[in-house]
Write a new protein. Structure first.
Length: 366
């Protein structure tokens, strides 16, 4: 593995987990759901394993989508943006299933409110050496997080309907956890797994250098740049995605979160039993100076990946671009057992669907 492959594979099989060590007993969850289904038949449309869950309330019309999301470490250097992007990410997961988000609940955990904390790039060390950090109380930091949640909900026209709050006397990282619920607007839920070889991969939205957590953990960049909240762009991408969905041409969909384009493409292809070929040079970017690994792995907000049959590409691109949002074909699904990412004709990374035990051991050992 080269360093870029190792960083992405660490995100896929360790950070994002993918249950490679069987830590979560999904068989027990499945057994529980089958038991409850006897009382409420066909209530669950999409269960554990996708971007979000889709379900029906017995006796209610239509279907609903729900998602839970957490943001922890980014709340140290940039609490306002971290809370906002945590909410925005959960909303995109709901959108990716074919729903419009409507309601949000949140939980915030932090240190005692009167404790002094350091907010900024040096927040993890407790001592500012960059000259950019600000000292404040834990309570003031919490208020920044609440404002971030509120402003994202305002931008997306989503209600805040409740939540919770807790303090701890341990030196914990501040955390915000959100649950978002929406109403399905497509005929049936959209799902993440790739459906057919030859389908085209369309990226909606532009990539920047922010959200480089995976690259930072992999030692590929010297400074962690948390995601920046892009409120107007987030709303525009949601409306553009919903417009694309109304075309009826979308075969698979996923939002872009942790590990960016790399994770979204790898997860979709792997879950569907396919491979993929991606040309990173075709991805729209906010900054022309981005490196191939930044384009592949950065977690810039307000982006979605769609998969459509080749014959339907122009219709979908037209629907998205009508909302004044950038969208480009960046690759296609194939019958391989790996995902290949290229930039200007050179291979940047090859990610296998089934890593060997030796590779997994290397990821865990660092």
């Amino acid at each position: 593995m080269n360093r870029i492959e190792k960083a992405l594979m660490h995100a896929l099989f360790t950070h994002l987990h993918h249950n490679t060590d069987k830590a979560i007993d999904f068989k027990a969850i499945d057994a529980l759901n089958k038991k409850v289904e006897k009382l409420f038949p066909k209530a669950v449309l999409v269960g554990p394993g996708d971007d979000a869950a889709a379900f029906k309330f017995p006796g209610a019309q239509g279907a609903f989508v729900g998602k839970m999301e957490s943001h922890c470490s980014p709340c140290v250097p940039r609490p306002y943006d971290a809370a906002a992007t945590g909410a925005g990410g959960a909303m995109r997961d709901v959108v990716a299933m074919g729903a419009r988000p409507l309601f949000l609940m949140n939980f915030i955990g932090t240190r005692p409110l009167e404790d002094k904390v350091l907010v900024g790039p040096c927040g993890f060390t407790g001592k500012c050496t960059c000259g950019e950090c600000v000292e404040m109380t834990s309570g003031e930091r919490v208020n920044l997080m609440v404002k971030g949640l509120r402003d994202m909900c305002r931008a997306m026209d989503v209600f805040i309907v409740g939540g919770g709050f807790s303090t701890s006397f341990s030196d914990i990282v501040p955390a915000t956890v959100v649950a978002v619920f929406g109403k399905l607007v497509t005929a049936r839920p959209l799902t993440k797994p790739a459906k057919s070889a030859g389908d085209q991969i369309i990226l909606i939205g532009k990539t920047g250098s922010d959200g480089n957590d995976t690259l930072y953990r992999g030692g590929l960049v010297g400074e962690m740049k948390p995601d920046r909240a892009r409120f107007k762009v987030e709303r525009a991408v949601m409306e553009a995605s919903l417009a694309a969905f109304h075309s009826g041409k979308i075969k698979a969909c996923s939002d872009l979160g942790a590990a960016g384009i790399g994770a979204a493409v790898c997860e979709s292809a792997r879950y569907g039993g396919f491979g993929a070929q991606v040309d990173l040079a075709k991805a729209p970017v906010w900054e022309k100076s981005l490196t191939p690994e930044e384009i592949m792995i950065c977690e810039t907000q307000a982006r979605m990946v769609l998969q459509v049959a080749k014959k339907d590409v122009e219709a979908v691109l037209k629907a998205v671009r009508a909302k004044k949002v950038r969208a480009e074909v960046i690759g296609q699904i194939n019958r391989d057992d790996k995902q290949v990412f290229e930039y200007n004709g050179k291979t940047v990374a090859e990610i296998p669907n089934a890593p060997t035990q030796a590779q997994l051991k290397e990821l865990v050992s660092g």
